[in-house]
Design a protein around this ligand. Structure first.
Ligand SMILES: [Zn+2]
Length: 143
């Protein structure tokens, strides 16, 4: 299903649509340290482009931000969230959070990330996580 570029939240605010990728391997989670706001350590994520489905955006964003290929995925949550304002000035995002299995080799995107790497949950607790990712990791009971 293609997603519109912009929608309206339940309380009538302009809203974007976003995907996030929870990528875990052997007890470690793939996190990037974002170059652009919102800052912090985060999972791979991004806006759904006009005419794209959430699944298409997921595969594209994972490739762009990590160099990895999504082999399969499962939708964990979808919901409105208003944790931060994006670069395009919108406060509310409708998130699709997927758990992904990936393959390939990590290729850092230096325009988007200061670093990319695998972190245990213990290591993650010491990092400054981007608010939406802190929320999701807490919601899943991981941190
Ligand atoms: Zn946005």
């Amino acid at each position: 299903m293609a997603i519109p570029k912009e929608g309206k939240s339940k309380d009538g605010k302009a809203m974007h649509f976003s995907v996030g990728a929870l990528i875990e391997n052997g007890g470690k989670y793939l996190l990037i340290d974002r170059v652009k706001p919102p800052f912090g350590f985060a999972g791979v994520a991004g806006h759904i482009d006009e005419g794209e489905s959430a699944e298409e955006a997921l595969v594209r964003e994972v490739k762009e931000e990590s160099g990895l290929d999504v082999e399969n995925f499962e939708l964990l949550f979808e919901e409105e969230a208003s944790f931060n304002t994006c670069r395009r000035g919108i406060d509310v995002h409708y998130w699709y959070l997927f758990r992904c299995v990936v393959e390939g080799k990590i290729k850092q995107n230096i325009e988007e990330t200061k670093s990319i790497g695998w972190y245990t949950l213990e290591e993650m607790k010491k990092l400054e996580l981007e608010p939406v990712w802190k929320y999701y990791f807490e919601k899943m009971g991981l941190i």
